[in-house]
Design a protein. Structure first.
Lengths: 144, 359, 295
């Protein structure tokens, strides 16, 4: 599934849930149940605005001005595995990020992935639409 | 777990105990970070997880040449002792007592179809009350464990080199207080209850006899300053008690669902492949052998080998040995707690060599 | 012992969630406002650590639940009946009302023959058969522990017994209570909630929000060390254990405040990192648990 499809599915899930919530609101008279349903609507709206943010953040805006930034070969990237004094770098969509002190990369690993690798497809399938990359430090780009 | 018995004229002529669950931990450990084994292997079993973390830590220490300090040993063995206490109290009250004691009506959990309840009502009901009282004591054995080990089951405190966190005066005082309560329960309720049951079911001293081939890897033993508080690694085949030789241990898989090149291997020779369709096999449990013979381990074995229990070998003797061992271990923990020095903790950054072997 | 979290009312109230719920449920059963419903507890392909953890419950504790809140029809470890008599009780529940709590994953290899949980009317009953038979009909299914929720250690690579979490074998939704083991509060609180109010609010991974909504990292007393880059290089040191491989940042559970075994301690409090035992990737995606060579 590509990035757009994942994004569309997530938006649709939220819309479906909102429709279901509104159906239930028509028939609920219990005060507590009504508030729970309204909270759910609020949650859906928050999800949708996060998705919008994420889409904006991933909109192909190059984080590095042209002609700047270090270039990494595959071999150079794989040396940056976060061990024995090497920093922990990962590549997503051609951009190389520093995750050495990123909380989710304890021990320079993340959900079975090791730093020093291109994690573009894994990122897309797990984190599409989430404003994660915009918070990471960019250290360069992969060579074409 | 299952038991299949062939019975002829009210006598058991053959029996097969079946282990009916397989997950494959040996296979799973291959390719993993060696230190992870300390946490991983605990999940083999929820009631005795501590034993696996200790075994893994000791194997790693031998393989990596890591020395464990005496203080580390004390703290680790205290955690292990707590596990023993939890284990024995639950084994006796939750697993053994319901076979002999009529538990209160009103809960489907306590209904049973056998009617061989022999204790007079007062004694029966007293032990039934203790069944419920015991829940707080076995629970507090785990509370005591968690004070040093972080959580129970599946503790975090035990690690190569000893333990991860040092003792403090508050921890020692807290544990001592819990321990004294547990010990009082064991001495004043659990042991008398076991002997009471034994009084009314005397034929169980004839049922489930054994050959007297006992074995132990040692327990609370070999301390530099304190010596052996319980039992050294010993075995008692052919009528004599001698030092245990682990090299004489083999695993037989004749009746187990594994394929093997030879039917008897030492544990190092192979990680066997499961084969559920093997003909003649009926269990996932391998049959460990010492000098080619089946040996008995457990509380009776340990108490027998150190000379503290020689009354007999039977199913009732095993129950009595277990409750007596609980008292023994409570006493040992009191000694270990006396000798713990607060604030001492040695952990290092450990390196894994290219290859190593540890038992 | 760390006291800094006691001053936040949000956190201190959360500690009482389970005991308040159980107290309410027990009271409601006593006053006949709700029936004392049946509970079946199945031990499947696992280590039974969740049963032990349940027995370790303290405020709420197992005794009040077993004697007053629900009627436990079947528990392999705890019931007095054995063999065929025990199986009769289990199969006798079919057609009636019961809540199903299942711990352990389910081995699917060889049609489930790698985990037989009993024998009934002369034939073996596999975990594979039992979860499907009892899961579909239950009023509510709760996966207790990481193995039942997502496969856990029973399904660790290369998964010799081909284990799966119970949800993959059931069409209906399962409430997941991961944890290795599941904390007794999480199970007893969820059970009491269900008895009183029906299904609790779940996140997108079917975990009750009341116990699983926050990351350990966000509640961790060592967080100031992380924020200032003060990291431990070996176990037992005071700093943040991020460099040793701590999985607190990716694990949702309330261990830092609830702690374990009567709130006496917890892994990070004991000088060792969180190994992510309550996460869906445990253990494979949470390893290595301990790393000494991180930069």
């Amino acid at each position: 599934m590509n990035h757009n499809e994942i994004f569309i599915n997530m938006v649709q899930d939220n819309l479906n849930e909102m429709n279901d919530t509104i159906d239930r609101l028509y028939t609920t008279s219990n005060y507590c149940a009504k508030n729970r349903l309204l909270n759910r609507l609020r949650k859906n709206m928050s999800n949708l605005s996060v998705l919008i943010q994420g889409l904006r953040g991933n909109e192909g805006i190059d984080p590095l001005p042209p002609g700047t930034g270090r270039r990494f070969t595959q071999a150079e990237l794989s040396r940056c595995n976060g061990r024995d004094g090497n920093p922990a770098y990962v590549a997503v969509n051609g951009i190389v990020y520093d995750v050495t002190n990123t909380a989710a990369w304890g021990g320079a690993t993340h959900f079975g992935l090791t730093a020093g690798a291109d994690v573009t497809s894994q990122f897309a399938s797990c984190h599409a639409g989430q404003p994660i990359l915009s918070k990471l430090k960019v250290v360069g780009k992969m060579t074409e | 777990m299952g038991v299949n018995a062939d019975i002829d004229h009210n006598i058991v002529t053959d029996a097969r105990t079946e282990g009916l669950l397989f997950r494959g931990f040996e296979k799973m450990l291959e390719g993993r970070n060696p230190f992870d084994a300390v946490y991983f292997t605990q999940r083999i079993c929820g009631i005795c997880s501590t034993a696996h973390s200790i075994a893994s830590s000791m194997a790693l220490e031998e393989a990596l040449g890591i020395a464990v300090s005496q203080q580390g040993r004390y703290l680790r063995d205290i955690i292990h002792g707590c596990e023993f206490l939890q284990n024995h109290i639950r084994h006796f009250y939750q697993f053994t007592v319901p076979d002999f004691i009529r538990l209160p009506e009103g809960s489907a959990l306590f209904e049973t179809d056998h009617h061989d309840f022999r204790l007079p009502k007062q004694k029966n009901d007293r032990i039934a009350r203790h069944y419920f009282d015991s829940l707080q004591y076995s629970r507090s054995a785990h509370e005591m464990l968690a004070i040093l080990g972080g959580k129970a089951p599946h503790n975090h405190g035990i690690f190569p080199g000893g333990v991860t966190a040092p003792a403090t005066p508050e921890k020692i005082a807290g544990m001592r207080s819990l321990l004294l309560n547990i010990r009082r329960f064991v001495c004043d309720q659990m042991i008398p209850d076991a002997y009471t049951i034994a009084d009314y079911y005397k034929e169980y001293f004839e049922i489930g006899q054994g050959y007297g081939n006992f074995l132990t890897f040692g327990c609370f033993n070999g301390y530099e300053k304190l010596g052996t508080l319980y039992v050294d690694p010993l075995e008692s085949g052919s009528g004599r008690i001698t030092k245990l030789d682990p090299g004489k241990i083999t695993e037989n898989v004749d009746s187990s669902w594994y394929t093997a090149k030879s039917e008897t291997d030492t544990p190092y020779q192979a990680v066997l492949e499961p084969d559920r369709k093997k003909s003649g096999a009926y269990s996932w449990v391998k049959a460990p052998r010492y000098r080619g013979l089946p040996y008995e381990v457990g509380p009776l074995a340990r108490m027998w080998l150190c000379g503290q229990y020689r009354h007999g070998i039977s199913s009732m003797d095993r129950t009595l040995a277990r409750v007596l061992e609980a008292r023994k271990i409570a006493d040992i923990l009191l000694v270990l707690l006396e000798n713990v020095i607060p604030g001492v903790c040695i952990q290092k950054e450990y390196e894994v060599p290219q290859s190593a072997r540890g038992d | 012992m760390n006291r800094s979290n006691d001053s936040c009312p949000n956190l201190s109230m959360r500690l009482e969630t389970a005991s308040v719920l159980v107290h309410k449920a027990v009271g409601a059963v006593k006053r006949n406002r709700i029936p004392r419903r049946n509970l079946i507890w199945l031990e499947l392909t696992g280590c039974s650590g969740n049963t032990i953890s349940l027995l370790d419950g303290f405020h709420p504790d197992f005794k009040s639940v077993a004697a007053q809140m629900v009627n436990i029809l079947y528990s392999n470890s705890l019931m007095a009946a054995e063999g065929e008599a025990a199986m009769e009780r289990l199969f006798g529940a079919i057609g009636g009302d019961y809540i199903l709590a299942a711990e352990g994953a389910v081995s699917t290899k060889d049609n489930g023959l790698y985990n037989i949980i009993g024998r009934w009317k002369g034939r073996p009953v596999t975990a594979y058969e039992a979860i499907q038979k009892f899961g579909e009909q239950a009023a509510c299914v709760v996966a207790v522990g990481t193995c039942a929720s997502d496969g856990g250690i029973s399904a660790a690579r290369p998964n010799p017994a081909e284990c799966v979490g119970i949800q993959s074998l059931l069409d209906r939704e399962v409430i997941k209570l991961p944890g290795c083991p599941c904390h007794p509060d999480w199970f007893l609180g969820t059970l009491a909630y269900f008895l009183l109010f029906g299904e609790p609010e779940l996140d997108e991974r079917q975990r009750p929000l009341m116990f699983y909504s926050t990351l350990i990292h966000d509640l961790c007393p060592r967080r100031p060390y992380f924020d200032r880059g003060i990291f431990s290089s070996k176990l037992g040191e005071k700093g943040c254990m991020f460099k040793l491989g701590c999985r607190g940042p990716v694990t949702r559970a309330d261990c830092p405040i609830r702690k374990w075994n009567g709130r006496v301690n917890w892994p990070i409090g004991d000088g060792s990192p969180c190994i992510g035992c309550a996460m869906f990737g445990f253990p494979d995606a949470m390893e290595p648990f301990i790393s000494y060579d991180t930069t």
